[in-house]
Design a binder for this molecule. Structure first.
Ligand code: NI
Length: 425
């Protein structure tokens, strides 16, 4: 008897649920709003959360926005939400149409806020998502031309066509700047860590970054790339590295493939210090006189030798003697790198003469300096050259860094770049 009653009750309960099953338009809207808001909750670390949900037969709106305490920012965001909602409700809308606004907020340090406002409009059964960013830095500028340039250069790693004039949005996140550029193939978004742009951001953020020896490139400073050919040499490559390590500086080593095996330790050490390892062919071949087949062997054998030590193929090739002919040009996917300052160290074998070449240059900004790994006099000159360059405001960078930050990655594979290109000023 008891069981029968229970069954009847369940039956009634089921049928009641079934009748009330079709949710009202209001319920649908409220559910959508709840789900939309939930997506952002874990990213709302800065400020208090304000919420507003309004259902209407002529279109509904729900917003969720931050109140950070920075009045200027708060009123901008408030204004933004109000004008979006007002614009939405002005047109012809039905009880099924709605607008949802929510946000992500960041506070990397005190008095700095980044906010991404996200908006979804649902009209006539289809949804459109948009996003707008707001940043606030007390007593500081959120974006400068140089910072924008640096962000564009970093974004070019993802898409070569990134144009610094086509930035769509940026936001100060907790440990990086999130930036989006509009490109022909679609939007390109990257997160650039503060540590990479520490010289270009508000002091309040830069100061909060842990003091680290991690080398960063400051695009506002002068840059020079020291290069050493014909190694590795077990004594002098290491002496050059001792100096670079002492000053937290780097250089580029154009190594001869058939010497790589015996100098593998020096190459590994150079790489660990952040130096660039590049190719100087397998046996110092003259690429101007060799056949295409001969050229390709010189390049591929050196690649194999270097890859065996570093795990990757070099991106740069310096043709021995700077000898470049028609057969070489366009036949390789490497950048062909010459030099713009020749120390003639192999000829002088004299520390002071090498130094005077450097010191007599009017400006070394953007230059590629040629030296060799084989001579004591060169290693001795480097001991004085590196601190002198740093004292005179230069950053020592690798050739790839110079190409990336000073020349905005505009170099093309298979072409030769030397004096007329690297003579920046
Ligand atoms: Ni050479």
């Amino acid at each position: 008897m008891f069981k029968k009653v229970l069954a009847a009750i369940i039956c009634v309960a089921v049928s009641v649920t079934m009748f009330s099953c079709a949710p009202s338009k209001k319920k649908i809207f409220e559910k959508a709003a709840k789900e939309y808001f939930a997506q952002f909750e874990e990213f709302q670390s800065a400020g208090k959360i304000k919420k507003k949900v309004e259902f209407s037969k002529k279109g509904s709106v729900a917003y969720c926005y931050p109140k950070t305490g920075a009045d200027e920012l708060d009123s901008q965001i408030n204004q933004f939400c109000l004008s979006l909602a007002e614009g939405f409700l002005t047109g012809d809308k039905t009880s099924e149409d709605y607008m949802l606004i929510s946000y992500k907020s960041y506070k990397p340090v005190k008095n700095v806020y980044g906010v991404e406002m996200h908006c979804r409009t649902f009209v006539g059964g289809s949804a459109t998502d948009t996003m707008q960013t707001f940043n606030y830095i007390k007593d500081g500028e959120a974006m400068t031309d140089t910072l924008n340039t640096m962000l564009a250069i970093e974004a070019r790693e993802k898409d070569k066509t990134v144009d610094k004039n086509k930035r769509k949005s940026f936001v100060y996140k907790n440990d990086c700047i999130g930036v989006t550029f509009g490109c022909e193939s679609g939007d390109v978004s990257v997160d650039v860590p503060y540590t990479k742009v520490r010289h270009l951001i508000a002091d309040s953020i830069a100061e909060s970054l842990e003091e680290s020896n991690e080398r960063t490139v400051d695009i506002t400073k002068k840059m020079v790339a020291l290069t050493f050919d014909d190694g590795p040499h077990n004594t002098y490559t290491n002496e050059i590295l001792d100096t670079l390590e002492k000053y937290n500086a780097v250089a580029t080593f154009f190594e001869v493939g058939n010497l790589v095996g015996q100098g593998a330790d020096a190459i590994k050490r150079a790489e660990k210090l952040g130096c660039e390892i590049a190719s100087h062919t397998w046996s110092h071949g003259n690429l101007q006189t060799l056949s295409l087949d001969g050229i390709q062997k010189q390049i591929s054998r050196a690649d194999e030798a270097l890859e065996a030590v570093t795990g990757k193929k070099p991106k740069l090739l310096r043709p021995p003697y700077g000898a470049v002919g028609k057969t070489l040009l366009g036949s390789t996917d490497k950048l062909l790198i010459g030099w713009s300052v020749d120390t003639n160290d192999w000829k002088y074998r004299d520390k002071d003469k090498i130094l005077s070449v450097i010191k007599n240059e009017e400006s070394l900004d953007g230059d590629v300096v040629l030296m060799h790994s084989l001579y004591e006099s060169t290693a001795d000159a480097v001991k004085e050259m590196v601190p002198w360059l740093i004292e005179n405001g230069y950053q020592l960078v690798t050739v790839s860094e110079l190409v990336k930050y000073k020349y905005e990655d505009a170099l093309e594979a298979g072409k030769y770049y030397a004096y007329n290109y690297f003579d920046y000023e």
